[in-house]
Design a protein around this ligand. Structure first.
Ligand SMILES: [Mn+2]
Length: 509
């Protein structure tokens, strides 16, 4: 969203408009008889699980009964199944906007009452009888950085009762999961951050924005720092150890390795300075230092203490079919937290497995003749990865994100990935290399919607990350259409050699 000084008033009006919308939704919801069981449906990513956690806690506090489902995609089949259930009241969080027409047709038109708390882009219709729709886009707010699905759910929850302000930190975990945190929060996320601080659930410290600091040894953290690469250090374990030693820091403590959290203040300053100097030729060397979000009720040294890692843990739970464990972890259940941590381990294995498959497929591509079917197509500023059954459909977006973020591809390269889902569906993800480029210039959701429509598929998502679902039998047709449309939109003339595309196996949400 534009933040020119002249737009300030307009911005305040938009925020007011959204809050009014949420308040009306909460008022309508308050009128629902407490004997009714609320049918809750949410998305399976970190934002979706955070949204579900906020709403569940709210419903429990209101003495309401609920039944929850987590859906990777809200397809027409899912809508039909939901409609066949005996519930009268449905709440959709972090999804629903993109399927508004389907929900109207199958649920609202049959007299069921539908609440949608979402932040995805409006596609077609957005208002109908029996439908209560709260979405920042309806107030003119772009919501790729400004507010998440969990944020909208939180505002709804807070409108129902001020005492739900102690759930603000969960909304921020959702926002972080949706990559809305960019060296700080903006707009509504900023207000939610103030609520979390006031509630005492979260504190913000300034530090090195490295991933895994609560759990991994310091040298491993530096080795894997792909979001903020440290030249000469990232990618090499021995270089990372040497770098730490050169700063006058002993990388070891006793028999083990030191973690960032083990460093004293002097060492922290030397490390921060050293890292920034090492990055001096990068575009913004100091961007590696910034806000770190600490969940105060989690114990020191637990990966759950860093909100960014918590978001990754939720992604892991959602993508590996343990959504309820993730939600339980959000709500503070100890057993759920333990299992969520185990799931995080499994998830990391899945990711490295996906990356291994990708790199192997990339290598074997070169040995195939032109008539043989390639699982990875590299041409015209695009990478098309057709994993078929080799990668879980819930992991294909993660793979596309990692490939897009790996330094091997020029900014502007499209990364399109496909994997088989149950019932003869194929799940698709679209990302663009060079994140900053996407802002304002590209709308991946629109682009993917156009491509998917050519084979009767459905798409959704955001400007910078889009997903779609098509029938598997139309994969080839889809890929042909994708080549055509992506080539027409490409920015760069040529794509870098695949050997440069080797990716660092780090975990990104
Ligand atoms: Mn979301």
């Amino acid at each position: 969203m534009n933040s020119e000084p002249g737009d300030k008033k307009n911005e305040a009006e938009q925020i007011e408009l959204l809050k009014q919308m949420v308040k009306e939704a909460a008022e309508a919801f308050s009128k629902v008889d407490k004997a009714e069981t609320i049918r809750l449906v949410s998305h399976l990513d970190a934002d979706g699980l955070s949204s579900a956690a906020v709403i569940i806690k709210t419903l429990i506090r209101e003495n309401r009964k609920y039944c929850l489902s987590i859906a990777p995609q809200l397809t027409e089949e899912v809508a039909i199944q939901l409609a066949a259930e005996s519930y009268q009241y449905y709440v959709f969080t972090d999804l629903g906007t993109g399927q508004f027409g389907l929900l109207r047709k199958h649920l609202a038109a049959n007299g069921k009452k539908v609440f949608i708390l979402d932040h995805h882009h409006i596609q077609g219709e957005s208002a109908a009888e029996n439908m209560v729709h709260a979405n920042p886009h309806l107030a003119g707010i772009e919501s790729s950085r400004e507010i998440s699905g969990a944020g909208v759910s939180y505002l709804f929850s807070k409108a129902l009762s001020e005492k739900n302000k102690d759930l603000a930190h969960i909304a921020l975990i959702g926002a972080i999961g949706d990559m809305q945190e960019d060296n700080g929060f903006s707009l509504l996320n900023k207000e939610i951050l103030a609520d979390a601080k006031a509630a005492g659930t979260l504190k913000v410290i300034t530090g090195l924005r490295l991933f895994g600091v609560q759990t991994k040894p310091l040298h491993k953290v530096l080795e894997y720092s792909s979001e903020f690469p440290i030249p000469g250090v990232t990618g090499s374990e021995s270089a990372a150890i040497q770098f730490i030693q050169q700063l006058g820091i002993n990388p070891k403590s006793g028999n083990g390795w030191k973690k960032l959290t083990d460093l004293d203040d002097g060492e922290l300053v030397r490390l921060a300075t050293g890292v920034v100097l090492q990055r001096i030729n990068e575009k913004s060397p100091e961007s590696i230092i910034g806000p770190v979000y600490i969940l105060k009720h989690e114990v020191d040294g637990s990966p759950l203490r860093d909100a960014r890692e918590f978001a990754t843990l939720l992604n892991a739970c959602g993508r590996l079919g343990k959504a309820s464990v993730g939600i339980g972890a959000c709500l503070g259940d100890r057993k759920c937290k333990e299992e969520a941590l185990r799931t995080l381990g499994d998830y990391k294995q899945q990711i490295s497995g996906s990356l291994m498959w990708y790199e192997k497929a990339l290598k074997s591509n070169g040995t195939l003749s032109s008539s043989q079917k390639k699982s990875i197509i590299l041409e015209n500023g695009m990478v098309i990865i057709n994993a078929e059954d080799n990668i879980m459909p819930t992991m294909i977006g993660t793979l596309a994100s990692i490939v897009a973020k790996s330094n091997g591809f020029q900014p502007g390269t499209f990364v399109l990935s496909l994997a088989r889902a149950p019932d003869d569906f194929t799940k698709i993800s679209l990302r663009l290399a060079g994140e900053k480029l996407v802002k304002g210039e590209f709308n991946l959701m629109e682009l993917l919607t156009t491509i998917a429509a050519t084979v009767g598929g459905q798409a959704g998502g955001h400007h910078e990350a889009a997903g779609a679902i098509i029938r598997t039998e139309r994969e080839e047709e889809f890929i042909a259409a994708a080549k055509h449309h992506l080539a027409a939109r490409r920015i760069e003339e040529k794509i870098t050699a695949p050997e440069a595309a080797a990716v660092t196996p780090v975990i990104t949400p």
